[in-house]
Design a binder for this molecule. Structure first.
Ligand code: DQA
Length: 152
């Protein structure tokens, strides 16, 4: 087992601090704090340790990604709208050089055309979209498998 490789950095981007006030049909009713609590519990059951970060400032998000190379073994990220155009976040994710999984609460493929573009998708080993909070359960299992497999 790869017990030493179990640190998951959960990164939430722009406007995700507003969960609980955003359209529940798209994003559910949990606040970000409630979602993160759920993620931490489920991660623990899989032997994963989580750290959480959210910012509405692209530069802060980029700088946090820079730190992760030494502080995490994998990244679970939902950059919000930055997903669709923020090339600096893509570059920072590439610099982090860790296994990464892209996640969205809503089904971005079935919404507006501009949401179908992801500038980070090809850097991620998997994308989970449209499953609401349950998607994070799926994502953690995929991250566990990837770390066990020795993904980098
Ligand atoms: C989102 C989808 C994005 O298109 C949107 O801008 C968000 C949230 C999601 O989790 O469904 O802010 O990333």
């Amino acid at each position: 087992m790869t017990e030493s490789r179990n640190r998951i950095a959960v990164m939430h981007g722009v406007n995700l601090d507003q969960l609980g006030r955003r359209d529940p049909a798209l994003y559910g009713t949990l606040t970000l704090a409630e979602l993160e609590q759920r993620i931490a519990t489920e991660a623990g059951e899989l032997g994963l340790r989580t750290s959480f970060f959210q910012s509405n400032y692209e530069g802060a998000f980029v700088e946090r990604l820079h730190e992760l190379r030494d502080e995490a073994d994998a990244i679970l990220l939902n950059p919000g709208a930055w997903t669709h155009y923020a090339w600096a976040i893509r570059d920072a994710l590439e610099i982090a050089a860790l296994p990464a999984l892209e996640i969205h609460l809503s089904d971005v493929q079935s919404r507006e055309a501009w949401r179908r573009t992801s500038v980070i998708g090809d850097l991620c080993f998997a994308t989970v979209s449209g499953r609401g909070p349950d998607g994070y359960t799926d994502a953690l299992k995929l991250l566990r498998e990837e770390l066990d497999r020795g993904g980098s």
